[in-house]
Ligand binder design. Structure first.
Ligand code: NAD
Ligand code: WQD
Length: 335
């Protein structure tokens, strides 16, 4: 069975991807330093999958742990999720972000080369587009100057990968630009687990509904959008997880030196207020929210053109915003 190293595999997207890899007959080898996750996720994954998983607790900047993994297992591919992702914190502690997000990629690429591991799927982000001039964004929409050190790390990592594949390093790479991942595994056993006060919309919604937060503030309702609130492309995390499996299958017959990038979104934009009202409707509850001022630096509207991933990888999302809101609440209720 092909073994796939997943760095950051105890995190939100990585843990859901582990489930989809096993379903597709691949064997995830999880490496995570638990800096933004919890070891209990591993127990939950094993409950969902009804089998044991291989987990290494460690930092993927640490070459010795990677060497140990390759001694123990024949790794055929890597998904590199591990990164710090808090946009606000990245402006306060940029070096922490440059060091972890870029440093870990460099260590990993060197490790892959020395161990003749060819296939890499990298977690990029729609943040590389900034506020686009034309919507929806395709993969050839020009990337903008990053709004934050976090966003810059994703741009720089993409650039490093482009240069590296050209150097005849013997690797094949897909970068997936995720839009806004939401939802949880339908079992409610794994989901997004922000440490402290959430920055992202959906965890804030679910924590407000659960009474952990007093109220949700909608950051602005006077934008040039259908109801004045910002527009995003909310993609269910299980669909996003499936895109990684499709990416590996696609890489299989590609020559070394191959690099490509794909948007992973639904192709639809929803406003913040639509998300709130969908959450209320499908879960039959009222959310305590108020309209507040705009959030500095917010992108007003963005959604993905998904023609490329639909046609080239044969990937299409199967879940709706309703599913996402139901699954997110189901997960929150079980915490
Ligand atoms: P997450 O924080 O839930 O998961 C990341 C995991 O990586 C965590 O479990 C953390 O403990 C681990 N980690 C961090 N640095 C590490 C290191 N040096 N060594 C080992 N483990 C380390 O985040 P997520 O939402 O699952 O995001 C996964 C990836 O997707 C990240 O690269 C993120 O930048 C990217 N991304 C996320 C979003 C989003 O909104 N969630 C959107 C676009 C891109
Ligand atoms: C979504 C919308 C807010 C919270 C972040 C990262 C970006 C990328 C995707 C990783 C916005 C509004 C939010 C709240 C609100 N991640 N909102 N009240 O802004 O798309 O981007 O995730 O690569 O890099 O910056 O996501 O969830 O923060 O916000 O009204 O309490 O919800 O204004 O319009 P965003 P988000």
């Amino acid at each position: 069975m092909n073994k796939i190293l997943i760095t950051g595999g105890a995190g939100y997207i990585g843990s859901h991807t582990a489930v989809e890899l096993v379903k597709a007959g691949l064997e995830p080898i999880i490496l995570d330093d638990l800096s933004n996750s919890n070891e209990k996720v591993l127990d939950r994954l094993e409950e969902i999958l009804e089998r044991k998983l291989t987990f290494y607790k460690g930092d993927c900047n640490d070459r010795s742990i990677l060497d140990q993994i390759s001694k123990d297992h024949k790794i055929s591919g890597v998904i590199h999720f591990a990164a710090f992702k808090a946009v606000g914190e990245s402006t306060e502690q940029p070096l922490k972000y440059y060091s972890n997000n870029i440093g870990s990629l460099l260590v990993l690429l060197d490790f892959m080369k020395e161990n003749s591991i060819s296939d890499l799927v990298f977690s990029s982000s729609c943040t590389v587009y900034g506020q686009p001039d034309v919507l929806p964004v395709t993969e050839s929409t020009p990337r903008k100057d990053a709004e934050s050190p976090y966003g810059n790390t994703k741009k720089i990592c993409e650039d490093i990968l482009v240069d590296y594949v050209k150097s005849k390093a013997g690797i094949r790479v897909i970068a997936l630009r995720y839009f806004n991942p939401v939802g949880a595994h339908p079992s409610g056993k794994i989901g997004e687990l922000p440490i402290g006060k959430p920055n992202n919309l959906v965890p804030f919604i679910t924590q407000t509904a659960a009474g952990i937060r007093e109220k949700l503030t909608v950051f602005g309702d006077d934008y040039d959008t259908p109801d004045g609130s910002c527009v995003r492309d909310f993609i269910h995390v299980m669909d996003l997880a499936d895109a990684h499996v499709k990416a590996f299958t696609y890489l299989n017959d590609k020559p070394s030196g191959f690099y490509d990038v794909f948007n992973v979104g639904t192709g639809n934009g929803n406003t913040v207020l639509e998300v709130i009202h969908t959450f209320e409707r499908v879960n039959d509850l009222k959310l305590n929210y108020e309209i507040g001022p705009r959030r500095a630096g917010d992108v007003v509207k963005i959604w993905a053109d998904t023609k490329k991933i639909n046609s080239v990888l044969g990937w299409k999302p199967s879940k709706t915003l309703e599913d996402s809101m139901r699954d997110s609440w189901n997960w929150q209720k079980g915490l």
